[in-house]
Design a protein around this ligand. Structure first.
Ligand SMILES: Nc1ncnc2c1ncn2[C@@H]1O[C@@H]2COP(=O)(O)O[C@H]2[C@H]1O
Length: 322
């Protein structure tokens, strides 16, 4: 019996394999193929042949909003938090994903996805059981079993490829389905959009201007968004250092309870903090608190050391706060 999986390995592998691709390759992810009707479809669609989403027209779309109960919303939020695919989405984007998900009950025996078809929905399992089979050289092999909080159907939507497997409910099952357009707008374009947004952002910060385009691109790909509300403690003095922070918008106040003579410092858009503990491998040397809503781009410790460590070493500690 296969183990239940929450995140198909396939996407994770493809995502990382593609993580070094050029901007041209990334933008090739954002055109649509033609699509035919499928045996199972939560809201039958006609055609996607006219669809074209590129970063420049991201603002022209109708948001899909499907009413749901509080417990459905909570379930989807909790499930998405465990799925790698959604980890780079900010609060607003996650809100849009949750709003667009549609509940789809299917009876045991329903074929939800057929290998070779075009993709129209991404699925999250609320309850029930499904089996995933891949047919190759005339033989069908079971490769996965999905249960509550599992997800599937992302590959065809991400890469405009045919469905890579057949997925059939083996119990009465409740799914949440996310339509292709919303999926691509929020997830695929997010990859291209994220790179462009962060590359532009980095180019405008003097500190990063000495880097090559390629170096800035690698940093842009590794950055992750983090949003903090007013008064949130972003970094607590004494904690272990895990992230480097760049302020995309908003303000943060740095306080050092040991060295009070240095007073508080307010950091703004384009400034950074959190580098000291990562460079010196020491606990956080100050506390950083959000003043109003604070949007940051963060680099995890490993990425920071690989991509920015040498740069900071050569700067001899120009800005050392936390
Ligand atoms: N080897 C596998 N292990 C787990 N899930 C898979 C495997 N191959 C395909 N899938 C899932 O099955 C889905 C079939 O539709 P997609 O190709 O859109 O996305 C696919 C993945 O979500």
């Amino acid at each position: 019996m296969q183990q239940e999986i929450h995140q198909p390995v396939t996407f994770t592998n493809i995502f990382y394999e593609n993580s070094d691709e050029s901007a041209d390759q990334i933008s090739s992810l954002v055109s649509f193929p033609h699509q035919t009707c499928l045996p199972f479809s939560p809201v039958r669609r006609t055609s996607v042949s006219a669809e074209s989403i590129i970063p420049s027209n991201l603002t022209r779309y109708d948001k899909v909003v499907i009413p749901k109960t509080e417990s459905q919303t909570n379930f989807i939020r909790e499930a998405l938090a465990e799925i790698f695919l959604f980890k780079d989405l900010d609060k607003d984007q996650l809100h849009d994903v949750v709003a667009a998900m549609k509940e789809c009950p299917v009876t045991s025996g329903t074929r939800v996805i057929k290998q070779g078809d075009d993709g129209d929905y991404f699925y999250l399992v609320q309850s029930g059981r499904l089996e995933c089979h891949i047919r190759k050289d005339g033989h069908s092999k079971q490769v996965a079993v999905y249960g509550s909080k599992s997800s599937f159907g992302e590959v065809a939507l991400m890469y405009n490829s045919p469905r890579s497997a057949t997925i059939t409910a083996t119990e009465d099952t409740i799914l949440f389905a996310l339509d292709r357009t919303t999926f691509r707008r929020l997830l695929v374009n997010n990859m291209a959009h994220k790179r462009i947004t962060y590359e532009t952002f980095l180019t405008n910060i003097p500190f990063f201007q000495s880097l090559s385009v390629g170096e800035r691109r690698k940093i842009a790909d590794a950055l992750e968004p983090r949003t903090f509300d007013d008064q949130d403690i972003v970094i607590a003095q004494g904690d272990a250092g895990d992230y480097f922070y760049l302020i995309v918008s908003g303000k943060a106040e740095v306080t050092n309870s040991i060295n009070k003579t240095s007073g508080n410092t307010t950091l703004e858009e384009g400034q950074y903090f959190g580098e000291c503990a990562l460079i010196k491998d020491v606990p956080r040397t100050a506390t950083v608190i959000a003043r109003g809503q604070l949007n940051c781009a963060v680099l995890p410790r490993q990425g920071f050391q690989r991509l920015l460590g040498p740069l900071f070493d050569s700067m001899d500690g120009r800005q050392q706060y936390v």
